[in-house]
Design a protein. Structure first.
Length: 88
Protein backbone atom coordinates (compact mmCIF):
# COMPACT_ATOMS: atom_id res chain seq x y z
CA UNK A 1 0.00 0.00 0.00
CA UNK A 2 1.49 3.32 -1.06
CA UNK A 3 1.47 6.06 1.54
CA UNK A 4 -0.43 9.31 1.31
CA UNK A 5 -1.61 11.36 4.30
CA UNK A 6 -5.26 10.52 3.80
CA UNK A 7 -8.35 9.48 5.69
CA UNK A 8 -8.60 6.30 3.62
CA UNK A 9 -5.00 5.34 4.40
CA UNK A 10 -5.82 5.34 8.13
CA UNK A 11 -8.98 3.31 7.60
CA UNK A 12 -7.13 0.79 5.41
CA UNK A 13 -4.33 0.54 7.98
CA UNK A 14 -6.74 -0.15 10.84
CA UNK A 15 -9.07 -2.63 9.14
CA UNK A 16 -6.69 -5.60 9.51
CA UNK A 17 -6.90 -5.23 13.32
CA UNK A 18 -10.57 -4.26 13.60
CA UNK A 19 -13.73 -4.08 11.54
CA UNK A 20 -14.10 -1.26 9.03
CA UNK A 21 -16.91 0.19 11.14
CA UNK A 22 -14.65 0.28 14.21
CA UNK A 23 -11.79 1.75 12.18
CA UNK A 24 -14.02 4.55 10.90
CA UNK A 25 -15.21 5.24 14.44
CA UNK A 26 -11.67 5.36 15.86
CA UNK A 27 -10.38 7.63 13.10
CA UNK A 28 -13.39 9.96 13.30
CA UNK A 29 -12.96 10.24 17.07
CA UNK A 30 -9.26 11.07 16.65
CA UNK A 31 -10.11 13.73 14.05
CA UNK A 32 -12.66 15.31 16.39
CA UNK A 33 -10.24 15.26 19.33
CA UNK A 34 -7.52 17.12 17.43
CA UNK A 35 -10.09 19.57 16.02
CA UNK A 36 -9.27 19.03 12.36
CA UNK A 37 -11.84 18.98 9.59
CA UNK A 38 -12.60 15.59 8.11
CA UNK A 39 -11.04 15.54 4.63
CA UNK A 40 -9.95 13.09 1.99
CA UNK A 41 -6.32 14.27 2.01
CA UNK A 42 -4.48 15.99 4.87
CA UNK A 43 -1.48 18.23 5.26
CA UNK A 44 1.29 16.13 6.78
CA UNK A 45 1.25 18.05 10.08
CA UNK A 46 -2.50 17.52 10.53
CA UNK A 47 -2.14 13.86 9.61
CA UNK A 48 0.58 13.45 12.24
CA UNK A 49 -1.65 15.09 14.86
CA UNK A 50 -4.42 12.60 14.05
CA UNK A 51 -1.97 9.71 14.30
CA UNK A 52 -0.64 11.02 17.62
CA UNK A 53 -4.21 10.94 18.91
CA UNK A 54 -4.44 7.29 17.82
CA UNK A 55 -1.38 6.53 19.97
CA UNK A 56 -3.15 7.65 23.14
CA UNK A 57 -5.74 4.87 23.09
CA UNK A 58 -5.70 1.66 25.07
CA UNK A 59 -5.57 -0.79 22.15
CA UNK A 60 -1.93 -1.65 21.56
CA UNK A 61 -2.54 -2.56 17.91
CA UNK A 62 -4.11 0.81 17.16
CA UNK A 63 -1.28 2.61 18.99
CA UNK A 64 1.27 0.68 16.92
CA UNK A 65 -0.49 1.66 13.68
CA UNK A 66 -0.56 5.27 14.89
CA UNK A 67 3.19 5.25 15.54
CA UNK A 68 4.00 3.59 12.22
CA UNK A 69 1.76 6.07 10.37
CA UNK A 70 3.61 8.95 12.05
CA UNK A 71 6.90 7.48 10.84
CA UNK A 72 5.53 7.11 7.32
CA UNK A 73 4.22 10.69 7.31
CA UNK A 74 7.56 12.09 8.47
CA UNK A 75 9.40 10.09 5.82
CA UNK A 76 6.90 11.24 3.18
CA UNK A 77 7.49 14.87 4.19
CA UNK A 78 11.28 14.45 4.01
CA UNK A 79 11.07 12.85 0.58
CA UNK A 80 8.86 15.69 -0.68
CA UNK A 81 11.36 18.25 0.65
CA UNK A 82 14.32 16.43 -0.87
CA UNK A 83 12.57 16.35 -4.27
CA UNK A 84 12.45 20.15 -4.22
CA UNK A 85 16.22 20.35 -3.78
CA UNK A 86 17.25 17.81 -6.41
CA UNK A 87 19.55 19.20 -9.03
CA UNK A 88 19.41 17.83 -12.50
Amino acid sequence: MEFEPSYQFLIDSLTPVSSEEDAVSVVNRAILNVRVEKRTLYEVDDFIRICQELTTGEDRRIRTIGFSSITQARTYRLLKISEKFKRF
